[in-house]
Design a protein around this ligand. Structure first.
Ligand code: NDP
Length: 492
């Protein structure tokens, strides 16, 4: 343990904007948006690529903004900023591909004479509400495709982590975006509610409980939304897995960002023939981790603090509940004395499915590991949750891994890795069940920020269409004969 000092990046450093102030930011963004849309894909690409280059050249400026609020290790913050750079690059270059007019061929005899086309137009001003855990990926990251599509954006970051969003306000100005196009509404829940009321579309990332409140609010104004919510991701380790890789992955994806990632490995199911071997490897690797403050320097620590005393309390309560019900702490288990923000990386065995650490989202550095008879049992237990965000499978047999993946109720499944879905921007990432509605990334991840328009254009036409008036009976009698011939035959 090193470099631990009490700290709480609490609210109050930035103004808590009220409804009127939020409305003013949205109005300003709305005024700037038409000129931004008029730049077209080429013009917007140039601005976004300039932003990408500034971020890539001056990475530590953005890493510093993340570390200032979260005090996470340099490498955790760097991974976020890398994703920001990659996202600016990706959406700058690919927005046009996803949003160009789409011609659709019809197989319907009713519209064969028509040209069918789908077009995408920016909705106006997008509201983005994000959590505190990865302010680049889940807050500014969701603004990037919205901007690339030609919208204005107002972001309400968590009151605990406003710095990165504000730094990106300066970034967008430096890159040449119109003043006010992208703005940050600092504040707590009430600021978020005001934003929902004022925007044309809402992208929300946060807990399932808050997501439900957000949906209720959005429905009052019929504001469309997508929700990226909580998870309780299982990891399945098959007996044939590369156990060294699986153990290293469990430690990295369980304890990375101090376990405060929506797709962290939250619970592990291991085939019983390799359970003890796997646990020994995980415990050994966990013992080598350094925990503390990284002070914005690379290479100092692996595991950082919890974001707040309240979050530390939740995690400790899950550990205590497991122990009270008979689980064994194999390593870790404690709140660090000098500050209540650090939870030691904790490996638990002897856990059961009914314990809080298995049933609820812990969102902390804990790895409860349970032996299973076989993969059938692992799949059943993995799916036994109201969540369905991500899941992870480790096996040397890739085809088997993919077959297991198809049976897991999760929006994304990684085989022999985890978190990669965050960086695969071409494919959607969203939750099943109570982990969300809609998705980020892929075609869906940018088309949702647009109003879709279907255009049906008569290519050649008659003076009067047969189904138009007058109804003299000829068409009705003809259709009565023709429709059974075309559609009347049922498959045997
Ligand atoms: P919360 O749900 O507490 O907060 C999320 C955001 O909503 C914050 O900006 C918060 O503001 C704001 N908010 C709170 N109340 C309201 C309201 N009534 N109306 C509008 N906005 C409101 O989540 P956390 O910040 O605690 O983040 C952790 C959660 O986020 C975990 O459950 C995690 O799984 C989930 N998450 C999901 C991801 C995904 O992609 N599916 C990715 C990352 C995290 P404030 O913080 O200022 O109170």
């Amino acid at each position: 343990m090193s470099q631990i000092a009490p700290h709480f990046a609490g609210p109050g450093r930035h103004p808590d904007l009220d409804a009127e102030q939020v409305r003013a930011l949205v109005d300003r963004s709305r005024a700037a948006q038409p000129a931004w849309a008029a730049l077209g894909f080429d013009g917007r690409r140039r601005v976004l690529l300039r932003a990408r280059s500034i971020m890539a050249r001056d990475m530590d400026r953005f890493i510093g903004a993340v570390v200032r609020d979260t005090r996470k290790p340099y490498e955790d913050a760097q991974l976020e900023v890398l994703s920001g750079v990659a996202s600016l690059d990706f959406w700058a270059k690919r927005a046009e591909h996803y949003l160009k007019d789409q011609r659709v061929r019809t197989r319907s005899p009713f519209v064969f004479r028509y040209k069918l086309e789908i077009g995408f137009a920016p909705r106006g001003v997008i509201g983005v509400i994000g959590p505190w855990n990865v302010p680049m990926i889940n807050s500014f990251g969701d603004c990037i495709p919205a901007l690339a599509a030609g919208n204005g954006v107002v972001l309400k970051p968590s009151e605990l982590t406003p710095s990165l969003g504000l730094e990106c306000e300066a970034l967008m100005r430096e890159a040449g975006a119109p003043d006010g196009l992208y703005a940050v509404a600092t504040g707590a829940g009430a600021t978020g509610e005001a934003l929902i009321d004022a925007v044309d579309f809402l992208q929300f990332t946060g807990s399932t409980a808050t997501g439900k409140r957000v949906a209720e609010r959005a429905i009052q104004t019929l504001t469309p939304y997508t929700l990226e919510l909580g998870g309780n991701d299982p990891m399945i380790v098959c007996a044939d897995a590369d156990l060294d890789r699986a153990a290293s992955a469990a430690v990295f994806y369980g304890f990375g960002n101090a376990g405060q990632i929506c797709v962290s490995v939250e619970r592990v199911y291991v085939e019983e023939s390799v359970h003890d071997q796997f646990v020994a490897k995980v415990v050994e690797r966990t013992g080598r981790l350094r925990q503390g403050l990284g002070h914005g320097e690379p290479g100092r620590v692996e595991v950082g603090p919890m974001i707040s005393p309240a979050q530390a309390d939740v995690v400790k309560a899950h550990i205590d509940d497991a122990v009270a019900q008979g689980a064994t702490v194999r390593t870790g288990g404690g709140l660090v004395e000098t500050s209540d923000r650090f939870i030691e990386p904790t490996v638990l065995t002897g856990v059961t499915q009914s314990m809080r650490c298995m049933r609820e989202e812990t969102f902390g550095p804990t790895l409860p590991i349970m032996p299973v008879r076989d993969i059938e049992e692992a799949i059943t237990l993995a799916n036994d949750t109201p969540y369905g965000l991500g899941a992870v499978v480790f096996t040397r047999d890739r085809a088997r891994g993919e077959a297991i993946a198809k049976r897991l109720q999760a929006g994304t499944v990684n085989v022999n890795d985890a978190w990669m879905s965050y960086f695969a921007l071409e494919v959607p990432m969203g939750g099943h069940k109570q982990s969300g509605i809609g998705a980020r990334h892929g075609a869906e991840g940018i088309q949702k920020y647009c109003d879709k328009q279907t255009r049906v254009v008569a290519r050649f036409h008659l003076g009067n269409e047969p189904v138009w008036y007058p109804h003299d009976g000829r068409v009705g009698r003809l259709l009565r004969r023709v429709i059974p011939l075309v559609y009347g035959r049922a498959p045997r």
